[in-house]
Ligand binder design. Structure first.
Ligand code: B12
Length: 416
């Protein structure tokens, strides 16, 4: 989440404000109404007390290496994100918000070109850009109602607040076994955000439901990323691997990624709480031309840096960066084994990014059959490849097709 705004202070909180005509109940009602009119589908209010249990659980996860690879998640940040008083001195209430993003995939692609799936949250515009101004407007309205001494701090995803814990505390839903917040009206396909405030607002009751004996998500995860109920080893999660992870993807996990090119929804798709939910009315989250439910992978492999930026600007896909997204595209092409991808993968062997070259090599190694011409291009690429890891990937790919390939790396690179 990101700090969007800290409202100026000066006086005291609403409860102590002699001029304020609002009781915590009336203020809570006003905030809920305002949030709904701004387009939030879910709103709940909780007390801004420390998230002690979550802090200990996340610190434990960190110590076990389950969050390794996301260097910004440090013990210091975890402590801060679970401490409302440190985030906003004098904080009394947390207003948790949910915005539904589920919508139908009505796309059809009769051309039969190989495609990779995109997680639902990324089908449309970047949700940070959609939610931020609404949070600001809600904070403004709260200050207008409670008095100018009221301070607010707003968060959506990238800022230091535990979004899920805040949502659970405020009665928006409960943390399911897949670690997502499951809500009664919209299942788990909801973006979470929050306004922390010094105003005292009447709290909502906590949801007391749980997943019962259902373990569909734990069993369905393609990479066995769940260590147990509500415990994820993020380093194995396809969402982490395809979005956050910057280096090569461990070879044993590549086949398990299936056709996910950006993010993954498997643990949400199998969840009974996501069955037959109403579509999000917000146009911004509906499939965009640039992103959408699936991407043409051959097309993707042909994007240079400028084309990548121009196409995905304003969508969540920029998070993976060009090298990451093309790396993912190569893996999915390897998993799909569609021979129509071979020319694009061969071009990928000459990509400026070694991550793309090495994963294109891997993908070629996964094909059922390669022609002599293809093998020839791969051998030439091997001969001219400066990076030892890419050379190793090319050697393995060649070995998969013709037994041990000769080491041509010492020979001069001859074109034509
Ligand atoms: C880092 C991060 C990730 C990481 C790690 C996720 C993880 N589960 O640990 C990765 C990259 C893998 C990831 C993936 C996804 N993410 Co993410 N992510 C975050 C981020 C930025 C921080 C979360 C964090 O600190 N994780 C560390 C874990 C350990 O802490 P936690 O998730 O807050 O809290 C957990 C513990 O307290 C534990 N817990 C609580 N009670 C109990 C009780 C017991 C007994 C136990 C054992 C555990 C336990 O479960 C909590 C829920 O995970 C948040 C935004 C934010 N600021 O919070 C978004 C956020 C959690 N992500 C979100 C989304 C949408 C996703 C994806 C669905 C995207 C996708 N489709 O690809 C996947 C879902 C994968 C999954 N099953 O979690 C949404 C979740 C919305 C929701 N309804 O829950 C958030 C809130 C962003 C937002 N503002 O909307 N994400």
């Amino acid at each position: 989440m990101e700090m969007l705004r800290i409202r100026a202070c000066g006086m005291q909180e609403s409860r102590r404000n002699e001029n304020s005509v609002y009781t915590p109940e009336a203020l809570g009602t006003a905030v809920r109404d305002e949030a709904r009119s701004l387009g939030f589908d879910l709103v709940g209010i909780g007390r801004a007390e420390p998230f002690t249990r979550e802090r200990d659980l996340i610190l434990e996860d960190l110590a076990r290496g389950h969050l390794a690879g996301m260097a910004w998640i440090t013990a210091e940040r975890v402590r801060l994100s679970c401490d409302p008083e440190a985030l906003l001195p004098g904080a009394r209430s947390v207003v948790a918000l949910g915005m539904a993003y589920q919508c139908a995939d009505s796309s059809s692609h009769p051309d039969g070109m190989p495609r990779g799936r995109v997680a639902r949250y990324a089908w449309g515009r970047d949700y940070h850009d959609v939610i931020r101004p609404k949070l600001r407007a809600l904070a403004d309205a709260l200050v207008a109602q409670a008095g100018p001494e009221t301070r607010c701090r707003t968060f959506v995803d990238t800022g230091p607040l535990v979004d899920r814990a805040a949502a659970e505390r405020a009665g928006i839903g409960f943390v399911g076994k897949n670690t997502c917040v499951l809500t009664g009206r919209h299942g788990s396909y909801v973006f979470l955000s929050a306004v922390l405030t010094t105003a005292e607002l009447a709290s909502d009751p906590v949801v007391t439901r749980d997943c019962g004996s259902c373990r569909a998500c734990l069993d369905a995860c393609p990479t066995d990323a769940f260590v147990g109920p509500r415990q994820l080893n993020a380093t194995r999660c396809i969402s982490y691997l395809t979005i956050e992870h910057r280096g090569p993807i461990p070879a044993e996990l590549r086949p398990k990624m299936g056709d996910w090119v950006f993010g993954c929804d498997v643990c949400q798709e199998v969840c009974p709480w996501n069955r037959a939910r109403p579509a999000s009315p917000r146009e911004e989250f509906h499939p965009s031309q640039e992103a959408g439910p699936s991407l043409d992978l051959i097309d993707l492999l042909g994007l240079d840096e400028a084309a990548f930026r121009a196409r995905f600007r304003g969508t969540p896909l920029t998070r993976a960066k060009r090298a990451g997204l093309l790396r993912n595209a190569a893996i999915v092409l390897g998993n799909l084994k569609n021979p129509s991808a071979i020319p694009a993968l061969l071009r990928g062997l000459a990509d400026p990014e070694l991550l793309v070259r090495s994963h294109a090599a891997w993908a070629l190694g996964q094909m059922d059959e390669l022609t002599a011409d293809t093998i020839d291009v791969m051998q030439r690429a091997l001969a001219g490849e400066p990076d030892p890891d890419v050379r190793e990937a090319l050697r393995s790919a060649l070995a998969a097709h013709e037994g041990l390939a000769p080491d041509l790396s010492a020979r001069p690179f001859v074109t034509g």
